[in-house]
Design a protein around this ligand. Structure first.
Ligand code: FAD
Ligand code: EPU
Length: 337
């Protein structure tokens, strides 16, 4: 267990922001997590748990002990006629898990192909894409209590998953370090191609009975065409969540903007934040090294050398414009530090 000092976090966040961690250590096992938690108490410094850094915005140097999660491993712990239960280390890459499942023909995560980040962070915001969220394949997780150092198991119900939400972002914020996640995968695929663009690609390729590999390939193709690659332009995916508004609010907006896209759900109508941001004129705007992506305005970008604080200020201006024009407050998806 090696604690380094004054380490640049530039290689460890997809926004490509150059801020330092006062202390930095890597955890490769639950035991090391516990030792580092104990150490942070002795050192009396705050803690920050880092996965792949693909959903954070560094606005300042972190006067903290940053623990980079690198617990590895895939373990088949149980199976029955229809399902397998796969325990995965928090430090495994999410997309490596997807590839591992596809190789073994275990279904359930194929629609979630190519989402950056680690397995340990996936329950934090119940990652989702193309009609699927991890709550649908989640069995339970193991986490270390940051105060007592005890290991606790959380069921799906206890995680209180919602759209880009879980108990770990709310009531239990900064209380637990997730060390392992157990997924429940299907031996016979339940293909989900409801998300329009997937069907379109399969049709173009003449695929009538898609395999989970076909779905994964289609999702990868769509994602590559829509989202900027953080290796080329710094970003953290969608900066804001898509808001759901009451039906009456949606109808009011529709009377002024007949083309407003809307997706009804149990709480009202979801309006794409990308559309709201485009209407307020921010799409493609660049300010020095930072800006709003030219094709996907929900993604704020760092063209290189950008400052996290400036990106935060830009996000506030976007929020103000959308609030003023539509009376809708956009909530950030990205975690500010
Ligand atoms: P980090 O950014 O390192 O951390 C995020 C938060 O989780 C922090 O608060 C951190 O402290 C906490 N955390 C991380 N690991 C642990 C742990 N083991 N225990 C406790 N707390 C922990 N998200 C989607 O849902 N759907 C998408 O389609 C999607 N597309 C994206 C596309 C791009 C190009 C990018 C850059 C991001 C995208 N995201 C998407 C967001 C991001 O990939 C996910 O939120 C991902 O789960 C973050 O994982 P991470 O390991 O990088 O977490
Ligand atoms: N749109 C515009 N203008 C644009 C681009 C898009 O108006 O320039 C509108 C269109 O109406 C389009 C709609 O936005 O139909 C939706 O766009 P897209 O399909 O790209 O999806 P999104 O709502 O921007 C969400 C998730 C993504 C996820 C995709 C696919 C959120 C906040 N974002 O994006 O997740 O990958 O759907 O399921 O829910 C992330 O969380 O970081 C993320 C990338």
């Amino acid at each position: 267990m090696n604690i380094q000092e004054n380490i640049s976090l530039l290689p460890f966040n997809t926004f490509g922001i150059d801020k330092n961690a006062r202390f930095f250590a890597v955890a490769t096992s639950t035991e090391e997590v516990k030792q580092l938690l104990q150490k942070s108490k002795e050192m009396n410094v705050p803690l920050f748990i880092l996965g792949g850094g693909s959903n954070i915005l560094l606005t300042k140097n972190l006067e903290a002990l940053v623990i980079k999660m690198e617990i590895k491993g895939f373990e088949l712990i149980r199976e029955n006629e229809n399902e397998v239960f796969l325990k995965v280390g928090a430090g495994e890459s999410w997309h490596d898990l997807v590839k591992f499942c596809i190789q073994n023909n275990w279904a359930g995560v194929e629609n979630l192909s190519l989402i950056p980040g680690t397995v340990g962070a996936s329950p934090m915001q119940n990652i989702g894409a193309y009609g699927v969220e991890i709550k649908e394949v989640f069995d339970h997780l193991e986490a270390v209590d940051r105060d007592t150092l005890e290991i606790r198991s959380f069921s799906t119900e206890e995680c209180k998953f919602g759209y880009r939400e879980s108990v770990f972002k709310n009531d239990l914020k900064e209380q637990f370090v997730i060390t392992h996640v157990v997924f429940r995968l299907l031996k016979s695929p339940r293909i989900n191609t409801d998300y329009g663009a997937i069907n379109q690609i399969l049709k173009e390729k003449g695929i009538d009975s898609p395999t989970i590999k076909d779905i994964s390939d289609a999702v990868i193709e769509i994602r590559r065409s829509k989202l900027p690659d953080p290796a080329l332009i710094g970003n953290a995916g969608s900066f804001f969540k898509n808001p759901t508004v009451p039906v009456s609010t949606f109808e009011k907006i529709k009377s002024d903007y007949p083309n407003v896209p809307g997706f009804p759900n149990e709480d009202g109508v979801k309006i794409p934040a990308a559309w709201l941001i485009e209407q307020t004129g921010w799409k493609g705007k660049r300010f020095g090294n930072i800006g709003v992506h030219q094709f996907q305005p929900l993604v704020l970008v760092n063209y290189g050398g950008g400052d996290g604080y400036e990106i935060k200020e830009l996000s506030k201006k976007i929020q103000e414009s959308v609030l003023a024009q539509f009376e809708i407050l956009l909530h950030p998806e990205v975690n500010f530090l």
